[in-house]
Design a protein around this ligand. Structure first.
Ligand SMILES: Nc1nc2c(ncn2[C@@H]2O[C@H](COP(=O)(O)OP(=O)(O)OP(=O)(O)O)[C@@H](O)[C@H]2O)c(=O)[nH]1
Length: 663
């Protein structure tokens, strides 16, 4: 006769598996769980205990159940995957009955026996689900519902009627030394202290001022890198960007970067023409130069506001503030102060005494002390709250920066936060998000890459392709950008969101990550930080030496015809430490392998200050006097190149091979 498992016996006799296991163990029969098979002899012993139950038991196992048990019984004992019932939070009685292939009424009855009164639409607690699964011989396994971990769905809906004007949030950007910090300090000094006399300004990453009864919030970290790194985390905090341009210096590379970062985020720009007090100040030149970037002054027929000023002397600040409020009015910035708060982390740190401390910008609703809150992948209750003057407050409305304590861990700048109605829910979501973060760190995020571009276009996921072009000289960058813009495959447009000269920098990668862009380097290389960041952020960086190849590659990728066969692989880098001129041989580069290895048959590029100045082949590779095939990391060697002798100390040799791609 076929063997029977504990759960089958338990079911036939309408008792729980747990009880049968206990009973058997009490009888000195060693069984571990509900899946253990029991012998006829053991069944006979059990029958003595449960016989009476049988007589009152009206429930007969159905035909299909019998069949099921027959198929299982012949197999050796093992925890069967098919016996696992997966469920998610909030599963109802009906849903569980379906999974168990049982009648809902049977399940309700069973629940009642176990002391759980539930109707068919009622959500079950984890314990009840586990108990019922066990009763029917299954193992319950709770799954995390991915959609449930998305914080944005818990933001309270806005009631149109309750929307009221809110203060604008402003970021100050511009080239190095054009006066961003001076401007921030100057605004704070003139506006904060005269309103809140006696307050000690705290650095909490942002501050708020009052100008003729209207408030404005300023983010304290100037520069576009911080701005975009927040955006790359999905946070849009800034409503208005102030572009500071020194009147004596004009438009500089980082001015252009700042413009592109602001434009990519679709944030309106106000130009502050600073250092007007200086002798060489030439505001007309600034205006002229900015027309190239579609920032045309109103006097010149455009709609960009230019404010001449001197941050150091405090001149023009009132005008600037007035203009900010004007733009804010046009933008119709609104929020509802009468609902649960949501917003973004500006900065966060672990304080020795106070635990995790986070500066938050409330973007909508009002944040109150005691609120249960999920912040990024952390959660807690707002224990104490201070404003930018270090004053304790109990409530903070829209666009207000505050510093809070009470979180279980330190969140990251750019993380979103949402207030929940009850603490239990906040904890649950917070924990789910923590788990999800761990899982996500294992897998990689999906960013656009040339390899899957065609797929994404086909599926309609992509309508525009965003590119960032960096090149060795301005002319190449412009030429390449212009040609790339002309590519049009099936109506998919190429957007050049930024072009620049010089090595690919971390800020380029951050911009690419935030805008889902691909970076194209023409005769330039990413520096080390950029490399690391590209790897971390999964940004596709394509390096080229020939313009038409770069264009061809993008075009081919858009058509799904990217040549898949060979791919270049960098195998190592050597730094030139010394050079020797030898009349017949040319220049020998006394080098040190700083990464990977150098092989004699690899291709080589000479990189000087992040720019590729030569690409060719290695002529000879020597250790002392001997020719060698390869040299490993941390070893010195002598290298000569074919047809290139203009080698200088500090040059980097990048060695590469062509590798077949296995698909
Ligand atoms: N004459 C004059 N000098 C100014 C003015 N604004 C700033 N400066 C000076 O310019 C220099 C740079 O100013 P910062 O405010 O540090 O410039 P920044 O843009 O914040 O510079 P980074 O933080 O390096 O990006 C300082 O020496 C300031 O004193 C101004 O309106 N007039």
């Amino acid at each position: 006769m076929a063997k029977v498992r504990v759960y089958e016996y338990a079911k036939q006799h309408n008792v729980s598996s747990k009880e049968v296991v206990k009973q058997l163990n009490d009888m000195g029969i060693n069984v571990s769980n509900h899946m253990t098979t029991i012998t006829d002899e053991e069944i006979a012993k059990l029958d003595k205990v449960y016989q009476s139950n049988d007589q009152t038991d009206q429930e007969e196992p159905s035909k299909t159940d019998e069949k099921e048990s027959e198929t299982i019984v012949d197999e050796p004992e093992q925890p069967e995957k098919t016996n696992v019932i997966k469920y998610t939070d909030g599963i109802t009685v009906t849903e569980l009955a379906e999974k168990l292939k049982k009648d809902t009424t049977d399940l309700i009855k069973k629940l009642m026996f176990s002391g759980v009164m539930a109707n068919k639409n009622q959500a079950l607690e984890d314990e009840a689900v586990e108990l019922m699964c066990e009763e029917y011989g299954y193992e319950a396994e709770k799954e995390i519902e991915v959609e449930k971990t998305d914080l944005l769905q818990y933001i309270e809906d806005d009631n149109e009627a309750q929307l009221k004007e809110r203060p604008p949030v402003v970021t100050i950007m511009g080239h190095v030394d054009h006066g961003k910090t001076t401007l921030l300090d100057s605004i704070r000094k003139t506006k904060v202290t005269d309103v809140e006399a006696g307050g000690i300004t705290q650095h909490i990453g942002a501050y708020q001022i009052r100008n003729n009864d209207k408030k404005i919030s300023f983010l304290d970290t100037p520069g576009h890198a911080a701005f975009t790194s927040m955006r790359s985390r999905g946070a849009q905090v800034t409503d208005i960007a102030i572009l500071v341009v020194a009147a004596d210096d004009g438009v500089m590379p980082q001015t252009v970067e700042a413009i592109n970062h602001a434009k990519a985020a679709e944030v309106p720009i106000i130009v502050a023409v600073n250092k007007m007090d200086k002798e060489g100040a030439n505001p007309d030149r600034v205006m002229q130069e900015l027309t190239e970037y579609e920032l045309v002054a109103e006097d010149w027929g455009g709609d960009t506001i230019f404010v001449p000023m001197s941050a150091i002397k405090g001149e023009g600040i009132d005008d600037l503030l007035e203009m900010i409020l004007l733009v804010a009015e046009v933008e119709e910035l609104k929020a509802n102060a009468n609902r649960r708060a949501d917003g973004t982390v500006i900065e966060a740190e672990l304080d020795k005494g106070r635990g995790p401390v986070a500066s938050l910008l409330v973007q909508n609703g009002s944040l109150k002390v005691g609120d249960p809150i999920v912040v990024g992948h952390t959660f807690g209750r707002v224990r104490a709250m201070v404003n930018d003057l270090g004053k304790r407050i109990n409530k903070a409305g829209p666009s207000t920066p505050v510093e809070i304590t009470g979180l279980n861990d330190v969140p990251q700048a750019g993380d979103r936060f949402v207030v929940f109605e009850d603490e239990k829910k906040a904890r649950q979501i917070g924990e789910l998000r923590q788990q999800k973060q761990i899982e996500e760190r294992r897998g990689s995020q999906s960013k656009v890459s040339l390899e899957d571009l065609f797929e994404q276009i086909k599926q309609g996921d992509i309508k525009d392709i965003n590119l960032i072009v960096k090149a060795d000289v301005q002319g190449s960058a412009e030429a390449l950008a212009a040609s790339l813009k002309k590519i049009d495959v099936e109506g998919v447009k190429v957007n050049i969101i930024h072009t620049g000269v010089g090595a690919i920098k971390e800020s380029d990668i951050i911009l690419a990550s935030a805008s889902n862009a691909i970076v194209i380097g023409f005769n330039v290389r990413p520096d080390n930080n950029a490399k690391k960041s590209a790897e971390k952020e999964n940004v596709d960086v394509r390096l080229h030496r020939i313009i038409y190849k770069a264009i061809e590659e993008i075009e081919a990728a858009m058509q799904g015809m990217l040549d898949p066969e060979y791919q270049e692989k960098v195998i190592g880098q050597a730094e030139v430490r010394e050079t020797f001129k030898v009349s017949k041989i040319g220049t020998i580069a006394g080098s040190y392998v700083i990464e990977g290895k150098i092989t004699r048959d690899s291709g080589v590029r000479v990189i000087r200050d992040g720019v590729v100045i030569f690409e060719g082949e290695i002529d000879s590779l020597k250790r002392y006097k001997d020719d060698v095939k390869e040299v490993a990391t941390n070893y010195e060697c002598g290298i000569t190149l074919k047809n290139f002798h203009d080698i200088k100390e500090g040059d980097v040799f990048e060695c590469f091979i062509m590798e077949e791609i296995k698909r």
